[in-house]
Design a protein around this ligand. Sequence first.
Ligand code: AP5
Ligand code: MG
Length: 214
Amino acid sequence: MYIILLGAPGVGKGTQAKMIMEHYHIPQISTGDILRAEIKKESPLGLQVKSVLERGELVSDDLILQIVDQRLHEADCAKGFILDGFPRTIPQAQGLDDILKKMGIHDLKVIEIHVPAEDIIQRLTNRRVCSQCGTIYNLIVSPPSQPDICDKCGGPLLQRDDDKEETIKNRLGIYHDSTAPLIEYYQEENHFFKVDGKQSMEAVFEGIRTILES
Ligand code: AP5
Ligand code: MG
């Protein structure tokens, strides 16, 4: 099962990727998570991209394609994967086409999750993420049972540096300009699907499951 989750910041790509991963036992490949892990480690790559993420801008296509190409060749990707937050530009989508062709993968499903922009700011300003296990919370719809502590692993919950209102607006603008054109790119092929991301997390997952099993 080879899946791309496409959608603006905050539509629930990470939330759904984790649900798909648990259900189908295929890895979530989030370029955002990979970059944030490098920043946390203060690796050369992390130091190079830190300010780009803080501003909500995009890391260069070459660098992202290099990271993804390497990651997709790891053993856990042999039976499938969920791409979350990649591709994000037309050159990234073209680069992915080349990688998949070389890997002999043809049965890719692209699922766009759609949520109106006005709901996104509310979702992202209320997001908290476990700094240990990555579980995603929302202070309004899915709060942790104890404030700032992860229910799953007891780790501390943090707010992402790019979840400030001004940066969220910048990210949404960049999505509109650079990533939304991918909808048309993938719509031309018959493996493009759309789900309404405004429903409950469980209802969105049911929609995705129906697509994946069709
Ligand atoms: P990335 O980490 O990919 O961030 P993003 O695309 O902005 O998306 P988010 O992670 O913010 O949202 P999400 O859709 O995963 O939502 P979530 O499930 O958490 O990228 C970060 C940065 O890295 C980029 O800005 C860029 O700098 C760089 N980068 C990454 N990939 C790149 C690439 N390919 N090229 C270049 N640069 C790249 O949910 C959000 C909130 O909503 C949570 O609180 C959640 O609990 C809640 N929620 C989820 N589902 C529901 C629901 N159904 N109902 C109500 N609330 C819900
Ligand atoms: Mg995410």
